[in-house]
Design a protein around this ligand. Sequence first.
Ligand code: ACO
Length: 425
Amino acid sequence: METAKLLFNGSEYELPVTIGTESEIAVSIKALRAQSGIITLDSGYGNTGSCESTITFINGEKGILRYRGYPIQELAEHSTFPEVCYLLVYGSLPTKDVLDSFIHDLTYHSLIHEDMKKFFEGYPPSAPPMSVLTTIAASLSAYYPLDENEEQLQLNIIRLLAKLKTIAAFAYKKSIGQAYIYPRNDLSYAGDFLHMMYAVPSEQYVVNPVIEKALDLLLILHADHEQNCSTSTVRMVGSSDANLFSSISAGISALSGPLHGGANVAVIDMLQMIKNDGGNIKKYVDLAKDKDSGFRLMGFGHRVYKNFDPRAEILKEVNKQVLAELGKGDYPLLDLAMELEKIALEDEYFVERKLFPNVDFYSGILYRAMGIPTNMFTVMFALGRLPGWIAQWLEMRNDPGKRIYRPRQIYTGERERPVIPLSQR
Ligand code: ACO
C-alpha cells in the first residue's frame, strides 16, 4: 500500500493513500488527529474527499461525466429518465421487463394523500414553488411509515420518485391559482409532469412530444453530479439516520440557493437586464471583463469543468433542434442569448480563461423556449437530481464504515474570559 508522509514539529506521520478506479489519488487523514493532534483545514471542502463513491465520475479537465461508468452522452442518446433513475439508484441498467415494472411502480404511486392538498391551500399565492416543494417533501415523512426495514425503505424510494413530480406540479398550480391536475397513468414521466403543469379541467391537453423529449433529456442531464452542495447535504443529514424524506428535503433546500440550483434563473435575469438596457451585448461583455465592475456573465465558467461541460455541449445541440421544431415564439431573450454566446466564444478574454457557456446557460434558454416559468427552473433541477440524491443517500447508509458527519474546526474566537455581571458592564 502506498503512503504519504507528513512532517510536522520534528515528527513524521505516515498517511495511507487511496487510489480510485480512474486513478484519482487521496491521502487519508482518518487517523491523523488521533496520532498527532492535527486536523486539516479546507473551508468550502474544495480539496476534501468526503466519501468513496461508485455512482458518478467527473473529470473537469477532460470534460467527462459518467453515471455508473456510462458516458452522459450515451445515456442522453439511448436512455430515458426512468431508466437513468433505475441505473443511479440500483446500480445497473434495467432489462426491458425490469424497466416496465419500475415504470409501472413510478406511475401507480404518483398520487399524493388527499389530505396533503390542504398544505398547498395554506400557502399564500405568492409562495415560490421551490419553498412549497421543500416543505411538502419533508412532510411525506408524516404520511408514510419510515425506513425501519428494507421493504419500507424500497417503497419509500418509489413513493418519493413518483410523488415529487406531482408535488412540484401542484406547487406550480398553487402559484397561478389554477385547479390541481391529477397524474395520468397513460403518460410518460416527463409527459405526465407537463400534463399536471399545463392541463386545466375545462379542456383537453395534448403533450407536445418535442417538449416531452426535451424535458426527459434535461432531467437525465441533471440526475447526478457527485458531491455537490445539495448532495453533500443529503448525505450529511442522512448520516444522523434521519429518514429518506427529511434528508431529501434538506437537499432541496440546499439546491434553492442562487449559487447552486438558481444559476439558470440568474441567466434569464441577466438577459432580461441586457434587453431592458437596449440590448447592447458588447457593453455587458466589456463589463464582465472589467474586474472592478463586479459583473460576471451568468452562465459562463464552471468550478469543475475547465474544458467544457459535456452537459452544456449536449444541450447546445438540443437547443438548436428544439428551437427549430418549436419556433422561437415570442421570446426575444433567445436571440439575445445566441448573440451573447457567439460574441463571448470569440472573445480572447473568455477563450484564454476557458470560460465556456455552462449547463445553466443552455438550460435556462431551453426552459424558457419550452414555456417553463422562471420560478419553476430550480424545481425542475430538483426533479432531475432526485435519483442522484437517493442513490448517494443509499450509498452513505449502506457503507459499513458509516459514521455521523461531524467536521471539526479551528477556533479563532476569544480565549476564556469571565462573565461580568450585567450591572457592572
Ligand atoms: N464572467 C467574467 N469573468 C469570469 C467569469 C464570468 N462568468 N467566470 C470567471 N471569470 C474570470 C475570473 O474573473 C477569473 O479571471 P482572472 O483569472 O483574470 O482573475 C477567471 O475567469 C477564473 O475565475 P474563477 O472565479 O477563479 O473561477 P471559479 O472556478 O472559482 O468560478 C464560477 C467558477 C463560480 C462558475 C464562475 O465562472 C462564475 O461566477 N460564473 C458565473 C455564474 C454561473 O454561471 N454559475 C453557474 C455555474 S454552473 C453550476 O454551478 C451548476
